[in-house]
Write a protein that binds this ligand. Sequence first.
Ligand code: SAM
Length: 329
Amino acid sequence: MSFSGYKNIIEEGDTVILYFNREVAFFAQVKTGDLFSCRFGSYKHEDMIGQPFGLKLTSHTGRGFVYLLHPTPELWTLVVPHRTQIIYTADIAFISTYLDLKPGVKVIESGTGSGSFSHSIARTIGQTGHLYTFEYHLERSELARAEFLLHGLQDGVTVQNRDVCKDGFGLDNEVDAVFLDLPAPWEAVESAKKAIKKNTTGRICTFSPCIEQVQRSCAALAENGFTEICTFECLTRGYESKSVAMPTLDQAIRNLKTKVLKRKADKSQAYGQKRDKDVNGSENDSPEEDSLVPVKSVNSLPVSKPVLDLRGHTSYLTFAVLPPVFFEN
Ligand code: SAM
């Protein structure tokens, strides 16, 4: 089975995303005899075999159902076993765009961590590209390698167990883009520069939660000849859709006039002038204005409204470009 292609029918050994709702999803490695149980029901793996991806499967207890989805990098990010902090889809999309990842691109990633971003990179660069991913934690690197094999990504991904800050990437003039999700990315910048192809525009991104880390990375990038250094923060603003009562233009004008009059009346009352004005025949005597009571709106329109809080700070994203070298001195 492969994350980079699609198949229709679920077979023994396949990875299936068990999608219950937007908040609840798991994965299963389909194996005859196994059972998946959670508070949303109980599902026999053999009931999945031979079924098409996308099927809505009813729990064998009769209560609950699940959608059996084909894995994609986005769904994998929802269900991946967390061995570390991971990168989520909003950041993944932003980084992939700014690193100009596309089919055929060769990329360095470090550390591999839980492999959340690696799956997405592998799909984006396709079979003509290559991902070199580096992880200094032995067990994590072995688990990632096994996962890539299970997901059919082994030909396009090389996992190396190595401390890239101490020993570098060991690559020379090889890749188009570098992504660093490390505690001290500045220590890997010089080696990243060596790994980037000399005759093309190389791109780099560092992913760091603290601004002090960003400052050190920016300094190292500038020292090593990177240009267009730029830092972003990727935040999410939610939108809620609801129906709101919309006044017609006439109703809106009428309601506005009422508000203005009320404000005037309140003001003059506050200054003790209301009685004087009434005696002298103030604007409140106008029959037109007296009749200005707010009108209830009758039209109901669906609108989307942004919710106030911005969520999603995971890290700062610092991008830079390494210009091509046409003539070596
Ligand atoms: N981007 C990954 C993902 O989406 O799943 C998560 C990466 S995780 C936050 C950082 C990883 O970098 C950890 O697994 C850690 O062991 C590894 N790491 C830290 N310093 C390293 C170094 N000097 N060389 C290689 N890997 C390193």
